[in-house]
Design a binder for this molecule. Structure first.
Ligand SMILES: [Zn+2]
Length: 122
């Protein structure tokens, strides 16, 4: 792989890393807040404030449940990005982790954190 492309991909990866970490930070904070709200919401709804309080609590639970897979996939992407950046450092970037062949540059341009070639990914 030529150095220019490698530098471009590295920059892309670093940008993605910053962006994902920013998103995860929001989730983490939100997560904390939701946990805090759990304790305060339940006594309120049990106290019979009405169906609105119950709905609000249900919404929050739903939001939390919806966020979990997103958070998980962001974490996974971050892991792949970190691993790709590590490989760039060690001069091992662009090789398939399974078959050891070169990952096509076209694939890396679209998906720079790819760990495997298209064949092995399937
Ligand atoms: Zn492969």
């Amino acid at each position: 792989m030529n150095k220019k492309l490698l530098a471009e991909l590295k920059e892309k990866l670093e940008k993605q890393k910053t962006s994902i970490e920013g998103q995860l930070e929001k989730f983490a904070k939100k997560d904390e807040k939701l946990k805090g709200d759990w304790d305060t919401q339940y006594p309120k709804t049990n106290g019979g404030v009405g169906s609105q309080a119950l709905e609000d609590a249900a919404d929050q639970v739903e939001e939390y449940v919806n966020l979990l897979p997103i958070e998980h996939s962001l974490e996974l992407r971050l892991q792949n990005i970190n691993s790709a950046l590590d490989k760039i450092k060690k001069d091992r970037y662009g090789k398939c982790e399974k078959c050891g062949k070169k990952i096509p540059e076209e694939r890396l341009k679209i998906y720079p954190e790819a760990r495997m070639c298209t064949k092995c990914e399937k």
